[in-house]
Design a protein around this ligand. Structure first.
Ligand code: ATP
Ligand code: MG
Length: 324
């Protein structure tokens, strides 16, 4: 059996007044059943656009130009609208960063969770309500049977994110896409939400595509990692391998930029010098070459393909290819 999700050479662009923005520029990765894959990289590198492309939720200015998105062997890009609706919220659940804007302020929590259950399953309202209470219990809501009558404004941001997670997993999806699900929350609440996603992943047997720019979270939660830079994947490895021996200079910089509680930085935290190239004016070759201190002449001219550094550890870097 093939992987649960296989993204193959995905290219997504936006048409803007200033020209064509190559938001995702030929990314490929696979997620096995039950596996957690973390997609990491600085702001603007194309993580959210990758997630939105998988579910075909791009705004009208966005277009998938190329590639395949195989979910259980079927290309999502060739599904009709009816099939697509079954996949979204059914076999693939999703949670995003902003829990307030995604909930309807005029409906109770119970009504909103019930809606997705009735939309995807042939069950009665009564059966749906039993499942709603069960779901609220699963996402560790205090007093689940009473909470169904609350409105979004009556609960905290962390609790709203729990409701969003309940909606995302309501139909027991095979894959949960979580795009920075904790970024808008307090640090202590973040830890609770991460713990909850981990618990649900195990009890529901889901795979998770986890987007974050926090490498500390990656280390705690992910089985494997894809590092993105300027719309491209530059390194892919099992989490332990990546933290033990990152090859791409960008990944190494990212790992060095993680604040280490046991190290004294004085007044300064390491950060990566330079800026991500503007999405409209990316260099021909490796997009990181402008910030890389190991740059070679070829780096400016040609983006290297993934090079298999060792089993399950790939990197797109001329330095690695030339055996540094
Ligand atoms: N609707 C849009 N129209 C035009 N360009 C867009 C649009 N949405 C995203 N982009 C561009 O696509 C690129 C990738 O954006 P994306 O939101 O995927 O980044 P990200 O990695 O999720 O960043 P962050 O960590 O800040 O969430 C960026 O250059 C962004 O400006
Ligand atoms: Mg994003």
């Amino acid at each position: 059996m093939g992987p649960l999700l296989k993204v193959e050479n995905l290219k997504t662009v936006f048409m803007s007044e200033r020209g064509k923005v190559k938001a995702v520029d030929g990314i490929s990765f696979e997620i096995e059943k039950g596996q957690t894959l973390a997609l990491v990289g600085e702001s603007g590198c194309g993580k959210s656009v990758t997630c939105l492309s998988i579910l075909r939720l791009l705004m009208s200015s966005g277009r998938i130009e190329k590639g395949k998105i195989l979910f259980q062997g079927k290309n999502i890009l060739s599904l009709c609208n009816r099939e697509l609706r079954q996949v979204r919220g059914g076999q693939i659940g999703m949670v995003f960063q902003e829990p307030m804007t995604s909930l309807n302020p005029l409906m109770t929590l119970g009504q909103q969770i019930r809606e997705i259950l009735l939309c995807h399953n042939k069950i009665s309202k009564k059966e749906a309500d039993t499942r709603v209470v069960e779901l609220l219990r699963d996402v560790r809501f205090p007093k689940p049977d009473k909470s169904i009558n609350l409105y979004p404004h009556q609960i905290s941001g962390g609790m709203r994110q729990r409701v969003m997670i309940a909606i995302a997993v309501a139909c027991k999806p095979l894959l949960l896409i979580a795009d920075e699900p904790t970024t808008a929350l307090d640090v202590t609440i973040q830890a609770e939400i991460l713990d909850l996603i981990q618990y649900l992943k195990e009890s529901y047997g889901m795979a998770v595509l986890f987007v974050t720019h926090n490498l500390g979270i990656v280390r705690q939660t992910a089985d494997k990692v894809v590092v993105m830079y300027a719309g491209k994947a530059v390194e892919e490895a099992n989490t332990d391998d990546l933290f033990e021996k990152a090859i791409h200079p960008y990944t190494r910089h990212l790992i060095e930029s993680v604040p280490d509680l046991h190290r004294n930085y004085g007044d300064f935290l390491p950060s990566i010098p330079g800026k991500v190239p503007d999405a409209l004016h990316r260099p021909e070759g490796c997009p990181f070459c402008l910030r890389c201190d190991e740059e070679e002449p070829v780096c400016r001219e040609l983006m290297p393909d993934f090079y298999e550094y060792k089993t399950d550890h790939r990197v797109a870097c001329w330095g690695a290819i030339h055996g540094k």
